[in-house]
Each structure stands twice: as structure tokens, then as C-alpha cells.
Design a protein around this ligand. Structure first.
Ligand code: FMN
Length: 215
């Protein structure tokens, strides 16, 4: 476990995650930071003992493996990926005997409800599948109440180290107003590359455009 627990009677948010290369862990950590601004939150790696959540909210996140949640075979495959030096992937420390799929079978509880997230590759969901949706289906079947729709965070840096081996890639997940955070992080940069949702003119006018604010 990597976070403190609430007093037994206080409503708490337990953020339970699984991660092989750190992407899902980093998102889970950012969610914990955000929740802690208002509530008590515990961050729990699913490979550790997950305490029963008798009072509060469960947030559950996992990487998408073979369109869904990891299985023993996909976990072994992830270990093989880490051994492939060309992939530039470092495996998180610790044993990999269990995952979110197996933990859900232990009948997790959350009185107030749950939310799910995943990480997956940056392609339309029909091609990638979604571990968050798989978690959501399972928790709803167990009678838990879903508070928000499943959320995906996309691994869009995947091919960069392969294409540019001399480039050092540092991933940073921050909470805040997107344009302000990006401007601060790129203050000394010679080049800032920023993605776009591809919104049309009207949606851009109504919702605003982070890329235009960064410019
Ligand atoms: C064995 C294996 C299978 C995967 N299958 C999928 C998949 O079906 N769809 C997808 O979008 N991503 C897939 N991925 C990519 C991971 O979901 C993605 O890189 C994720 O961000 C990794 O998170 P982690 O660093 O927390 O392990 C797969 C990765 C591995 C290792």
C-alpha cells in the first residue's frame, strides 16, 4: 500500500490499481492527489492486501490487456515485453500473481459507489478494448453503484522511444488548468508539441482550445 487510510468511520476513497510499466500507477497517483484536496484517499496496488472499503468510494484502474483486464498469460507477455530491450519498457517491481480481474472475484464492497479508469493505446476504442469498461461491468454485476462513466487515459508516447532512441522521455501527470500547467512545464522548451481533440469551430468556441491558449 502506498497511502494512509481513513479513520474507520470516515468516508474514504480507495484507489485500487494494477500496473506493469507505470502508466496506470501514475494516473492513479494523480487521481489520489486530486481526491486528497477534498477527501481522505488511500492508494492501493492490487498486488498488496486491499482493505475492505466499508464506507466510501472505490476507484479502480487497470491497463487494457487483450481488449480487457489482464490474465496470467497477458501478465507473462508483459514480462516478456520488458525483456525486449527495443521496447524500452521497465517492469514495476514486485510479484504479478494477481490482478484487478482476480481481486474483483473476492467481492469488493463500496457503500457509496465506484468509478473506473484504464490506460490503453491511443486508437479508437473499437480497436483497443477497455479495461475500465470490463471493471465497470463486473462491479455493476456485484450490485455496486457506478458514479461516473468509465474513463480511459491514452498511452500516446508508446512509439516515441523506438523512433528516437536518443531522446529521453519523462512522463508527467499533473492536476490543474491544462494550458497553465503546459505553459509552466514548457517555459524553457525549444519546441512544444500538443495534441488536439479535433473539435470543430463551434465546439472550440464553446469549450475553448488548450492548444490555442498555449500558443
Ligand atoms: C500483454 C499486453 C497486451 C495489451 N493489450 C492491449 C489492448 O488490447 N488494447 C490496448 O489499448 N492496449 C493494450 N496494451 C497496452 C497497455 O494497455 C498500455 O500500454 C498501458 O498504458 C500499460 O499500462 P501500465 O504501464 O500501467 O502497465 C497491452 C499491453 C500488454 C503488455
Amino acid at each position: 500500500m502506498t497511502g494512509g487510510h481513513a479513520h474507520a468511520d470516515a468516508p474514504s476513497t480507495d484507489i485500487v490499481f494494477e500496473s506493469f510499466f507505470g502508466n496506470t500507477r501514475r494516473v492513479a497517483e494523480a487521481i489520489a492527489d486530486g481526491v486528497r484536496q477534498h477527501l481522505v484517499a488511500a492508494l492501493v496496488d492490487v498486488r498488496d492486501e486491499v482493505p475492505p472499503n466499508e464506507h466510501g468510494v472505490l476507484v479502480v484502474g487497470a491497463p487494457t490487456h487483450a481488449h480487457s483486464l489482464s490474465r496470467p498469460a497477458s501478465r507473462r507477455e508483459a514480462e516478456m515485453w520488458a525483456k525486449d530491450l527495443g521496447k524500452h519498457l521497465a517492469l514495476e517491481q514486485g510479484s504479478r500473481a494477481t490482478g484487478i480481474r482476480e481481486w474483483i472475484e473476492t467481492d469488493p464492497r463500496a457503500v457509496s459507489g465506484f468509478a473506473t479508469f484504464d490506460t490503453r493505446v491511443d486508437m479508437p476504442r473499437i480497436f483497443t478494448g477497455s479495461a475500465a469498461t470490463a471493471i465497470s461491468t463486473r462491479l455493476r454485476k456485484r450490485g455496486l453503484r457506478e458514479l461516473v462513466r468509465p474513463e480511459s487515459f491514452l498511452d500516446s508516447l508508446k512509439g516515441i522511444p523506438r523512433l528516437y532512441p536518443e531522446l529521453e522521455v519523462h512522463r508527467v501527470v499533473e492536476r490543474g488548468y491544462a494550458a497553465t500547467v503546459i505553459n509552466r512545464l514548457s517555459r524553457d522548451a525549444r519546441l512544444t508539441v500538443i495534441g488536439s481533440h479535433g473539435r470543430g469551430a463551434i465546439a472550440r468556441f464553446l469549450l475553448g482550445s488548450t492548444s490555442q491558449e498555449v500558443l
